[in-house]
Every structure is written in structure tokens, then in C-alpha cells.
Design a protein around this ligand. Structure first.
Ligand code: HEC
Length: 112
């Protein structure tokens, strides 16, 4: 009797765990896109080429070799510490969020 209940609880826990990792795995992807939209699009534009505001501030095009030649660590550093007109995000975003954004910038740059 009791064993059956335990087995049910266990099965349910495994089920929840699977659902959780599916949902969170996806939201990690979506959240980089969302973080980008809320914090970066105003200057860098949805396609990473730079909005009118961004261009006037001399924001680099993410498609350019100048940006893509830099390592993930270098790009993450600019996002965290800021540079020139680029604001620092270290106080607003976690390191994980910034790393996810760098990956996101790479995918944005690959899109034509
Ligand atoms: C207020 C406008 C503005 C916002 C908002 C902004 N940026 Fe920038 N960003 C800039 C400018 C301007 C530069 C160029 C800095 C320089 O080198 O003088 C830049 C540079 C960068 C670079 C380095 C590119 C290079 O030339 O090496 C990266 C990476 C970057 N931004 C990512 C981001 C991310 C990710 C966000 C959102 C979290 C963001 N930026 C938000 C204006 C902005």
C-alpha cells in the first residue's frame, strides 16, 4: 500500500523533473532573445546592424569582422563593463545572461 504510493510519488517527481528541464531549457534560449529585446535593441537593432540611435553613437555592426573577430570573453567584457557610448550591464544582468547574449549576438550576426 505504502510502497505503491511511494512509487507514484516517485514517478510524478520524475515526470515533473522532465517537464521542468524541457521548459527551462527552452526559456534559457528565449530569454536571451527577450533580454536582447529589452536592453539592446534600442541601439543595436533587432538585426544587430544598429538602430538610428545606435549608429549616431557609433555602435558597431554585429555582422562586422571587427566584432566577430573578438572572443566571447572580450565581447562579454564590453557588455559587462561598457565602452565609449556602450552602457555597462554588469549591475543589471547576471554573468549567465551576458554569456547568453554573446551567443545570441553570434547567431544574429550569422543571419543575413
Ligand atoms: C545606449 C545604446 C546602447 C545600448 C542600449 C547597448 N549598446 Fe552595445 N554598444 C553601443 C555602442 C555605442 C557601442 C560601441 C562602443 C565603442 O566601442 O565605442 C557598443 C558596443 C557593443 C559591443 C562591442 C562591439 C565592438 O565594437 O567590439 C557589444 C558586444 C555590444 N555593444 C553588445 C550589447 C548588448 C548585448 C547590449 C544589451 C545588453 C547592448 N550592447 C546595449 C551602444 C549600446
Amino acid at each position: 500500500m505504502c510502497e505503491r504510493l511511494l512509487a507514484k510519488i516517485l514517478a510524478f517527481a520524475i515526470f515533473l523533473g522532465t517537464c521542468g528541464s524541457l521548459v527551462f531549457g527552452q526559456s534559457a534560449n528565449n530569454s536571451a532573445a527577450t533580454t536582447y529585446k529589452t536592453n539592446c535593441v534600442s541601439c543595436h537593432g533587432q538585426d544587430g546592424r544598429g538602430s538610428a540611435v545606435g549608429k549616431s553613437l557609433h555602435a558597431a555592426d554585429f555582422h562586422s569582422a571587427q566584432v566577430q573577430q573578438q572572443s566571447d570573453a572580450q565581447l562579454a567584457d564590453v557588455v559587462a563593463q561598457g565602452r565609449g557610448n556602450m552602457p555597462a550591464f554588469a549591475t543589471r544582468l547576471s554573468k549567465d545572461q551576458i554569456d547568453a547574449l554573446v551567443k545570441y549576438i553570434r547567431t544574429v550576426a550569422k543571419a543575413k
